[in-house]
Design a binder for this molecule. Structure first.
Ligand SMILES: Nc1nc2c(ncn2[C@H]2C[C@H](O)[C@@H](COP(=O)(O)OP(=O)(O)OP(=O)(O)O)O2)c(=O)[nH]1
Length: 396
């Protein structure tokens, strides 16, 4: 963006730990910018356009999908990184990749896959994002996955912080080869913190969804502006906008209040992060990794307010009966597809039917799970309709 020199604790693309499979550097792009471009060209990225954020993707053109959510996260991550004098390409790249592993119908879909995979190694959307970029995307003749830089892959797998404590959970076992001595030949140093750029992407996720869910929830009529008056963060913001613009209509009031709330959260993160970097005397990328806490974070009071806002959104929006009805349908679609594919793997396309054609039920379940997890909402509904309708004229 600008030529401001990077901070000493910023990642540097010219000092990257490199890619798993050697490739000569690009003449025109840094390693992290090239990673971003690979993600944008990935099939899993395009499919985010029809994956649920809160509303199933076809419910309305104006609601967020996982794709527009990822773009908003990337924008906020980039702003944070730039203000902190970090590598904004890396922050953007990790943000764009962070939700690649979400199954159709997002959390409802994940809840169902977790149940279906209980005896077969489990399911976790963050691990699935990691598998998409390291293994499942198939668009290069030389390797599986996208062969991204170490720092990008690290950011994807550490979306929720260091992961060493979770390696015994079956869902996380696929990450094992990526630790010291692992056969992947790469040590992602799973027990340490990720780069500050990846931490920017992670907090940008929280900023983005808490804000856009308020926006979408009001637009959808699940919550009202009056409901929000008593909720921390957004309530004071609504009052402030009404004071500044007494004649403002509800639509503009909602948009302006959400815009200001994003700004307040970003400023809070920047101030808290600067404070922590100084307090913990962070002077290098190694200091970031071996620190005793996350550096890019909200202040204590923002955490407290956000907890109340999250609880409100959870109870009033994510568990609204109208959303619950769709969740219920979505889970049935996925459970019925899963059971059918386990019994008749030959009805899946060959790239999934072949690995599923085994007596090893765990191996079969993983192929079924990967096929389903890669589906968009629309495709899952279409396949379900085709396979469970008795109308043989339905073509797919
Ligand atoms: N936590 C949660 N979020 C839901 C649910 N249904 C819909 N959502 C929406 C609300 C947010 O827009 C978004 C939060 O999910 P994300 O996957 O982005 O973040 P989360 O913190 O759950 O997971 P992550 O940080 O990716 O490990 O999903 C639900 O049942 N639980």
């Amino acid at each position: 963006m600008s030529q401001t020199p990077l901070a000493p604790y910023a990642e540097r693309a010219d000092l990257t730990k490199g890619r798993r499979f050697f490739e000569p550097p690009s003449r025109t792009r840094t390693a992290f910018a090239r990673d971003r471009d690979r993600i944008i060209h990935a099939t899993a990225f395009r499919r985010l356009k029809e994956k649920t954020q809160v509303f199933v993707a076809h419910e309305g053109d104006h609601y967020r999908t996982r794709l527009t959510h990822s773009l908003e996260v990337a924008q906020i991550a980039r702003s944070l990184a730039h203000a902190l004098r970090l590598d904004d390409d890396l922050a953007e790249t990790v943000a764009l990749a962070h939700d690649l592993g979400h199954p159709p119908f997002a959390h409802a879909g994940e809840d169902e896959l977790v149940i279906q995979m209980t005896d077969h190694g489990g399911f976790d959307h963050n691990v699935q994002s990691f598998r998409v970029v390291t293994e499942l995307e198939n668009r290069y003749p030389q390797f599986d996955g996208l062969n991204l830089s170490w720092e990008t892959v690290e950011g994807v797998i550490k979306h929720n912080g260091p992961v060493s404590h979770r390696l015994d959970e079956p869902a996380w076992s696929v990450v094992r080869p990526y630790r010291t001595g692992g056969e992947a030949g790469w040590d992602l140093r799973l027990g340490t913190f990720a780069s500050l750029e990846a931490q920017c992407a992670a907090i940008a996720d929280d900023i983005a969804y808490n804000n856009h869910d308020v926006d979408d929830g009001v637009q959808a009529g699940l919550i009202t502006l009056q409901d929000l008056d008593q909720v921390p963060l957004i309530g004071p913001m609504l009052a402030e906008v009404r004071r500044d613009w007494p004649a403002i209509d509800d639509r503009m009031l909602r948009i302006e209040a959400v815009r200001r709330m994003i700004g307040v959260m970003v400023e809070d993160v920047l101030a808290e992060t600067a404070r922590r970097l100084e307090e913990d005397r962070i002077g290098s990328t190694e200091d970031v990794r071996t620190a005793t806490r996350t550096m890019v974070d909200f202040s204590r009071s923002m955490h407290a307010d956000l907890a109340v806002l999250r609880k409100f959104l959870f109870e009033r929006m994510y568990r609204h009966y109208r959303v619950n009805r769709t969740r219920s349908q979505a889970r049935r679609v996925l459970s019925q597809l899963f059971e059918l594919f386990m019994a008749e793997p030959e009805v899946m396309p060959p790239e999934w039917a072949v690995p599923a054609a085994t007596e090893d039920r765990t191996q079969r379940a993983r192929a079924v799970c990967d096929y389903i997890a890669g589906m968009t909402d629309r495709y899952a509904i279409e396949v379900h309709q085709k396979l469970f309708s008795l109308d043989l004229a339905l073509d797919l």
